[in-house]
Write a protein that binds this ligand. Structure first.
Ligand SMILES: C[S@@+](CC[C@H](N)C(=O)[O-])C[C@H]1O[C@@H](n2cnc3c(N)ncnc32)[C@H](O)[C@@H]1O
Length: 395
């Protein structure tokens, strides 16, 4: 592929706080050694890495091929800096491109002007070298150029993903406050789910994000097997046979689901959305879905319970404090022997649950600070439980 000649590293973008999770995923997928960045992970750019990283990784948001990095004092410096990149290397024939930007800089008043200067630099350089002027096409570009500015540092890259990678291709319906798929996959990893041994329960499943990601993981279905398009597919030199080879390789990791995956929700509409999404993801038969309030469950869940209960920043829920108290009581009295993960942006969550977590992770859901709190659910007193665990480890 044309991008193979451009850089010897790839930049994988992710959410703040998920860098370590993504690094581990890269190592497991044979894409390492991975290096940690800020909301980013760097991996070697080998022959199949662009295709493999886009299709195999659950916790990456984009796969970028870096083209250049430079410092600026004013927006006009972007023009000079961008002229140093050899755009004409890959914009060889009449090319259409689009710029996507993320700008966080006190030096720049208007993001639009920064983008304009970049477009001018690309067009002027390609015209001088190749004799034609590339055109900007927001709908069907040949190339997607990524402009990232943090204070006075500019990064220019080619985006090989197109739509961000949380868009797996299976979502047909959104619930009221659906979790981002990349975040959901990261929560499952952070909770340490043993997908071949532990049952998986989401008793507030909404549109089904957590259970669908869990079913994908338990069945070895890589996100790229849901059939979404990627921008690398349109890049000159894209070798369809190579793409097919990566797909075949990913498909060879499919496996039978050995555990129960259960999603339930008190809301009829949410459950309908979960059913439609699960069917579209090919998991109608693997995820058990039921409309029910968790307080009415008449059996004892086992394995891992991973829940994203409402919190009043995004869904106004009257009686939220009581809901968390009741959830805490339910976990304490009805889930002995299981583990639980509660992901919430409700600042009182831990206090209201009344349970002591074994571990917490500070994360974000969009711009809302959230906590993933992990619990070991046992009968009786915590001290006695910990003593017993210690003794069992010694035997
Ligand atoms: C933040 S949303 C979960 C979103 C979900 N993770 C997704 O990706 O779509 C919280 C869900 O909790 C459900 N819920 C609230 N109270 C409940 C209860 N007592 N029993 C079961 N579900 C409840 C709501 O209907 C809502 O769908």
């Amino acid at each position: 592929m044309v991008t193979d000649n451009l850089s010897d590293i790839l930049v994988l973008k992710t959410f703040a706080g998920l860098e370590d999770v993504l690094m581990k995923e890269c190592e497991e997928a044979g894409l390492g050694p991975a290096e940690k960045g800020v909301r980013a992970v760097y991996i070697p750019h080998r022959k199949d890495s662009v295709i493999r990283a886009n299709m195999a990784l659950r916790t990456a948001l984009r796969v970028l091929v870096p083209l250049g990095q430079f410092h600026i004092q004013t927006a006009d410096d972007i023009y000079e800096g961008a002229r140093q990149v050899r755009w004409s290397l890959f914009m060889k024939t009449e090319s259409r491109f689009r710029v996507q930007s993320s700008v966080h800089s006190s030096l720049l008043k208007h993001t639009g002007y920064a983008v304009l200067r970049l477009k001018d630099a690309i067009c002027d350089q390609v015209r001088e070298v190749r004799g034609f002027r590339p055109t900007v096409d927001k709908v069907a570009p040949d190339w997607i150029v990524d402009l990232h500015i943090h204070e006075n540092v500019v990064h220019l890259s080619l985006d090989t993903s197109g739509p961000p990678l949380f868009k797996r291709g299976w979502r047909r319906r959104n619930g009221e406050a659906p979790l981002n798929e990349v975040l959901a996959a990261a929560l499952i990893r952070l909770a340490g789910w043993k997908d071949e041994e532990e049952d998986f329960f989401d008793l507030m499943c909404g549109s089904g994000t957590l259970v669908i990601e869990a079913a994908d993981i338990a069945s070895g279905k890589a996100p790229g097997l849901h059939g979404r398009p990627y921008s690398f597919m349109g890049y000159p030199g894209f070798d369809i046979r190579f793409h097919q080879k990566v797909k075949r390789d990913l498909a060879s990791h499919r496996k039978e689901i050995k555990v129960k995956i259960w999603g339930s929700d008190a809301d009829k509409e949410a459950l309908a959305a979960a059913r439609i999404n699960a069917a579209s993801a090919g998991h109608s038969d693997t995820i058990f879905l039921k409309k029910t309030d968790f307080r009415k469950l008449d059996f004892q869940p086992t394995g891992l319970l991973l829940l994203n209960p409402p919190y009043n920043k995004r869904i106004e829920t009257p009686g939220i404090a009581r809901l968390y108290q009741e959830l805490g009581r339910f976990l304490k009295h009805q889930c002995h022997g299981a583990r639980a993960g509660i992901f919430s942006g409700y600042s009182e969550a831990l206090k209201r649950l009344g349970l002591k977590p074994s571990k917490t992770h500070k994360l974000f859901n969009g711009d809302i600070p959230c906590t993933l709190a992990l619990f070991e659910l046992f009968e009786g007193r915590r001290n006695e439980y910990l003593k017993l665990q210690h003794e069992q480890r010694l035997v």
